[in-house]
Ligand binder design. Structure first.
Ligand code: 3HC
Length: 289
């Protein structure tokens, strides 16, 4: 199939990688060539990692990369798409604009999926004239490793679109799980209050960063503690998701911790900015002192 991925950031690059690795032709779209080059470099380094583990060969890696083409012209990049997956920044106005454009540029039969982590699929679908073909296809980070695809049906999503996305996810070796369209869906509705509570626990001085993460890692067998995971996801993304749930439900436990708000305002966004709860500037993960 021809798969068009919109956005060459962390998630878009990961999505492009897994589709190309499964034999699909992928067009990777972004607003400038530098973003596409960064995305393709990230894919190459992820594939290198898999080669080092001897799970694929150098030839497999090169064949996967050869199936990915970058586009800065959206009309060209989605003109032949059998499926479009949008993975742009988590901003509702941006997504509405992109979906209106996709609706006019992508073939009429193509389903339009979004990797949004919390924005209403129904609202995004309403920006198009094909709401029955709009669906959430929510991958987890790191995309090549995580087995889940949260498949979110909007109010109007039809069975054929849902079946296509469920079948394709299985073909990628993932486990698709179907949920309905309410703020945060299921993954982030449950994950983000835990991360927010961990930040509040730190804010209130109950324990330090390392102690909170150690309790959850060793006590609950989580692969990463909640503060490390927040850094990994991006503190701006965590804040955006909490705000969507706060607005959607009006419940106290979705109110973002003041410490999270402050850190985002200060540009401490986690791994991607070099510092969050930990310091990544030296290449590794150190406690911020
Ligand atoms: N590409 C390819 N392979 C990768 C990779 C990448 N980007 N990152 C890790 N891997 C592979 C490694 O090569 C290794 O492979 P192996 O099992 O064959 O040895 C395996 O994954 C484990 O990696 P490491 O040994 O380097 O490190 P860890 O054991 O610490 O695992 C981790 C890293 C997989 C990221 C693990 O810490 C983890 O699962 N963390 C939690 C991730 C999580 O919760 N993600 C969901 C976030 S929420 C989300 O995405 C939703 C959004 O809407 C916010």
């Amino acid at each position: 199939m021809n798969i068009s991925v919109i956005g060459a950031g962390q998630m878009g690059a990961g999505i492009a990688q897994v589709f190309a690795a499964a034999g699909h032709n992928v067009s990777l779209n972004d607003i400038n060539q530098a973003a596409i080059d960064r995305g393709i470099a990230a894919i190459a380094s992820s594939l290198d990692r898999i080669v080092r583990k001897e799970k694929i060969t150098e030839d497999d890696k090169n064949a996967t990369l050869a199936r990915i083409a970058g586009y800065t012209d959206l009309a060209e990049g989605v003109g032949k798409a059998d499926l479009v997956i949008e993975a742009a920044t988590e901003n509702v106005d941006l997504k509405l604009k992109i979906f209106a454009q996709l609706d006019s540029l992508a073939p009429a039969a193509a389903p339009l999926a979004t990797n949004t982590s919390s924005i209403s699929i129904t609202k995004i679908a309403a920006a198009t004239k094909r709401p029955e073909k709009v669906i959430g296809m929510h991958f987890m980070n790191p995309v090549p490793v995580m087995k889940l695809v949260e498949v979110i049906r909007g109010y109007a999503t039809d069975d054929a679109t849902t079946k296509l996305v469920m079948d394709l996810s299985r073909e990628l070796g993932k486990t698709p799980t179907e949920v309905n369209d309410y703020p945060g869906f299921v993954a982030n509705r449950i994950l983000m209050p835990m991360i927010n509570e961990a930040i509040t626990t730190l804010f209130e001085g109950v324990a330090g960063v390392e102690e909170i993460d150690t309790v959850m890692k060793l006590g609950m067998a989580h692969p990463m503690g909640p503060l490390q995971l927040a850094d990994y996801i991006g503190l701006d993304t965590c804040l955006a998701i909490l705000n969507v749930m706060k607005d959607g439900f009006g419940r106290a436990h979705h109110q973002p911790s003041p410490l999270l708000v402050n850190m985002v305002m200060a540009g401490k966004l986690g791994r991607k900015s070099g510092e969050g709860f930990y310091d990544y500037s030296g290449g590794g993960k150190e406690l911020v002192v």
